[in-house]
Design a protein around this ligand. Sequence first.
Ligand code: C2E
Ligand code: MG
Ligand code: MG
Length: 669
Amino acid sequence: MTAAFWFYSSNNNSWYLSSDLQEALTLNNSPSSAELISAIPAINRFSVLRQFSKLFLGKSKNGVLETTLKSKNNETLQVKTEVKRICDRNGEIKIEGTVDLVKSPSSFLQIPSVAKIVYENTSEGILVTDANGFILSVNAGFSRITGYSYEEVIGKRPSILKSNKQDQGFYQDLWHSIIRDGAWTGTLWNRKKDGTLFASFQNISQIPLNNGPVKYVSVFSDITSDHNYKQKLKQLAYHDQLTGLKNRAYLRDKVNSQIEKNKSLQFNLLFIDLDNYKPINDNYGHAYGDEILKLVATRLESTLDDEFEIARFGGDEFIVYIPNFNDCELRNYITKIKAAMLIPFEYKNIKHQLSASIGVSAYPRDGKNFDELLVASDLAMYFAKSTKQRSCNYIEDMGYSASRQARLAKDFVPGLLSGEFSLVYQPKINTSNRLIVGVEALCRWQHPEFGAVSPQEFITIADQYSLHSELTEWVVNKACTDFRQISRIAPTLDLAINISGSQLKSDRLVELIKTVCEVSGVHTSQLELEITENELISDVDKSIRVLTKLRDMGVRIAIDDFGKGYSSFYYLRTLPINALKLDKACLQFDENDDETALNILNAVVNLTSSMNLALVIEGVENEHHLSLVEQVGANTVQGFYFSKPLPIEIIYQQIAINHNKKNQLRQTK
Ligand code: C2E
Ligand code: MG
Ligand code: MG
């Protein structure tokens, strides 16, 4: 490749050629326009003259003029010349050009020197074909990547690299892009000379040279290791490693992008939770449990067609994306899944009977994105599980209050762990000296979204969703930790904790109280457990055994809310209890009906004293209530008249004052 120059002057319509050009074209240094034009092949003449006249007329000031020229040896020279138009004060127009000459006409390109150096030294492979797809040239990068030498590929087609990993449609699309856009960029799999596959990141461009025949240049790099890495990352990011199913991240991306593309889309999301899976893990170990989960995944895959997306959410929970089906079809699929899960799963010759609880949400009805739909289907699943319905539609089946309940149930344990729950303490008062004799711990829940949730509501939820163990564990721990502080200044005070009757079905409560008392330093004799009596009904024998163990440890037991709901004298007779708490309802009579109130109070006082039980009267709200209580000779009360339930810091101060009062009373005696 050589550099040369020329110029044209409008003064006398003259040309000047540098020596290289004169030699190459066998012309003298100032050829006539006609001589020059005849050196241009007829096919290029029109385009060259057009460009030149644009420069001459001042329509363009500079540019690149490309043409072929006939050399003295009758070779075709590819000429690329950078041109500049200069017009001086006298109106003389000068057009000058620098030229890169390449003397190998049959080679693919006559390109500027820098480009050629880049071409030869770039690490990318470069391949050039003619319009018919025959390889005209390849660079060293091509040979290094593919293993084919220059000689081996010239005149062949690029299909020698074909891997058959892409189908015919892929190549049709590729050529369609090239024809339409002039270029295609993408990744495809090719095969090297030694047969190994490689991922090729490739750009193929169409190059129309000077109106001459079209050529195609393909520049590519081997991204196999990159590709494998990315695939691996993608596999990790989008797949559940245990079952090989897709994971939540995949489904989120898929669902959200589908919604993005088509807002009028309709589909359902199923949240599937296995029933009875936990005992398998507990009894046979996690590795065994994992094998069952793999079987569940396979069963789900074989039950549903490819158009469904099945993902593992985690643990024994799965999510299924169901494309747009009508209600009837949807119901059929749900039935199909439930039936499939009911067929026993067998591993190592052991059969396990599982079943599935399924929650259903629908787009767009139940949420505007994947996360909202997931929460809805999860809540519906929770509701289905608790009501033993096996499957349930969010909103449709649940209604607002049920969905609030399910939501609270779902947030219950996380709420306990994240500090949303707290305890307040209501004092128990001795009416004869107005001193505090004990405190009752009462639980509060401040939900981040719903605000304060009343104990009535969350205790009902704990009943329905079997959350009492978690609540009791938290309350006992917290109350005993708080109480250690109180008992330092008032060692004779009692701590009352509310316990659901459902906790008396196992020895867990006994173990809990034992451990917490040991750790906190609270003495078991300071503890009183208040049992809500209607909860006791389910297993009286077991309850008696548990209560006896507690009583033997020194813990006192009270029946709470006596006189309300399912109060039964049977329990008073059979259970090992120490105290009775009369429900506030027993004081809430019309002020003119003192007689009834007094009759009830008297009966209860007689009953408890004859049974040697302590009595606490709840709900003393005013002077009048207090006078009724005093008339029947009861002397331990609780109620707003004396104090509302208070946070630990305040009750602590109250108890300190109480303690001083007590000492003063003692001194005056
Ligand atoms: P409870 O154990 O009978 O507690 C007494 C309830 O009556 C408390 O309601 C208390 O704030 C309220 N109270 C106290 N004095 C008066 C009064 O003078 N007038 C009126 N109208 N009410 C009064 P709270 O805190 O809303 O608790 C309601 C119930 O929730 C409790 O009744 C108890 O059964 C249950 N509960 C509260 N905390 C716990 C807990 O930690 N565990 C369990 N299992 N149940 C709890
Ligand atoms: Mg109570
Ligand atoms: Mg009560």
